[in-house]
Design a binder for this molecule. Sequence first.
Ligand SMILES: [Zn+2]
Length: 229
Amino acid sequence: MKWLKWLILLLLVFSTNVSYAHETAQPIFKVHLQSHQKIIALTFDDGPDPYNTPKLLDVLRKGSVKATFFVLGKRANKYPTLLKRIAREGHEIGNHGYSHRQFRKLTPRELSWEIRNTDHIIIKSVGKKPHSFRSPYGEVTSAIENVASQVGYNFIEWSIDPRDWEKGQTAQRIQRAVESHLHTGGIVLLHDGGGNRQETVKAVRALIRELKKKGYVFATITELTNMNK
Ligand SMILES: [Zn+2]
């Protein structure tokens, strides 16, 4: 029955190939919604940060708003309690790579390590596989798309960028920049890591109030991307 053994082996190889034959992860900049409902997703990159993230979580909790945190593996590893708090309070955790390197300059091996290692750290800490990935600096290459899809990710970019990381940026300017680019299905890029984000936290507090007045509802990235399926 040697042939049977070969057949089984062949089938196994074939089915393995099929399960890895993902389409590449095309980046998503915004979500085209069928309904006219006003929905927006707030996203926060480069954390968790022991100074900014708790303050931001307090503001989100007060406003009953769920957001998405694209965390760095390196920081998630250092602050597992903070990562657990983000998850416990109902926010989505996304993968932003391990150490914020420029992915287009990495070898395929380094690139894969950045994404897979962060994936493991998040799963180990919160017990749930993340679904959303954003590359550092929003870089897009076919190598990044391939690894992201192999690890089972949606590749998420953004459609509204108030440049909250800029030196001398104020809460008011961040708020105005978001409000002047508002659209349903929009993805807002903000940061809770990489420096003092006090102005971002203040802006988020004001944005929650003002956007709710305009009739907007806040969603996590996975909630938003599931809406047009
Ligand atoms: Zn970043």
